[in-house]
Each structure stands twice: as C-alpha cells, then as structure tokens.
Design a binder for this molecule. Structure first.
Ligand SMILES: Cc1cc2nc3c(=O)[nH]c(=O)nc-3n(C[C@H](O)[C@H](O)[C@H](O)COP(=O)(O)O)c2cc1C
Length: 129
C-alpha cells in the first residue's frame, strides 16, 4: 500500500499514473496549470512547465499498519519518490524543481482528486534554457 498518487498535468490534459503496467490514464481534458500556478504563490515554473508532475498523498492509507507514524512515513515516501523523479529528469537532460509552496487541499479540489488526497508537491519539468 502506498500513500501517494502521481498525476501529470499538461497544456491539454490531466493524467493519473498507474504503476501497474507503467501506464497513465487521462482523467480530464483541460489546462489546469494556470489554476495551479495561482495556488502556488504565482510561481512561473508551475504555469510554464510542459509537464507538471503532481504528487498527492493520503497518509491515512498507512494508518492501519503504522498508526501514529503514518504521517511522517507518508512524507518520507513522497520525498523518496520526488528525489527519483528529479534524478530521472536530470538523466533525461531535462530540468525540474520540487515546489512545496502550494495550497494542497484547494489544488486537489481543482484537479478533482479523490477524497482524502492532498497535493503535497508540484514538480514542473521542462527543457533547459
Ligand atoms: C521541501 C522543499 C520545498 C521547496 N519548495 C520550492 C518552491 O516552492 N519553489 C521553488 O522554486 N523551489 C522549491 N524548492 C527547491 C529549492 O528552492 C532548491 O531549488 C532546491 O532545494 C535545490 O537547491 P540548490 O539549487 O541550492 O541545490 C523546494 C525544496 C524543498 C526541499
């Protein structure tokens, strides 16, 4: 059981990453980057990224197994996953930055995420200048 879900926001759609099969399913057809930018202190990278990775988590998924440790463990999991996304972007010759200054609950609502999920990181990915 994982605490996190990964979504990809582009100029045309919102996709949900499915680890099983390494696939992504389209959840909606819209450009949510301007809205997410407004929920992230207006940070330009969020509005401009060709691919905006959205890391959402629901620590309660770990509660049955880890009890009071669910919240910190979920955060560790997000950190590990984000680190790997940043490394992979670099390996592909791309640039990326972890953005934590985002209003998580309104962002989750704007994206239409399932109840319980909160956006914890935005990771804009783009090409080097
Ligand atoms: C928890 C956390 C939150 C961050 N939030 C933001 C952010 O909101 N916006 C941003 O541009 N960078 C953000 N960063 C990235 C840092 O500003 C910085 O670019 C990154 O840690 C790499 O540091 P360095 O360039 O000094 O090596 C965040 C980094 C961390 C670890």
């Amino acid at each position: 059981m994982y605490a996190l879900d990964l979504y990809v926001v582009t100029a045309t759609e919102i996709m949900h990453y499915l680890p099983q099969g390494h696939r992504a399913e389209t959840r909606a057809s819209a450009d949510l980057r301007p809205k997410l930018k407004s929920l992230a202190l207006g940070q330009a990278s969020v509005g401009a990224a060709p691919a905006l990775l959205v890391v959402a988590y629901d620590p309660s998924r770990l509660a049955a197994r880890y009890g009071a440790r669910a919240n910190p463990y979920a955060s560790y999991e997000v950190g590990h996953a984000a680190q790997n996304m940043l490394l992979q972007a670099t390996a592909l010759g791309l640039v990326a930055v972890p953005v934590a200054a985002v209003d998580g609950a309104p962002a989750a609502q704007a994206l239409g995420l399932p109840a319980g999920q909160t956006v914890i990181y935005l990771i804009p990915v783009g090409f080097p200048a």
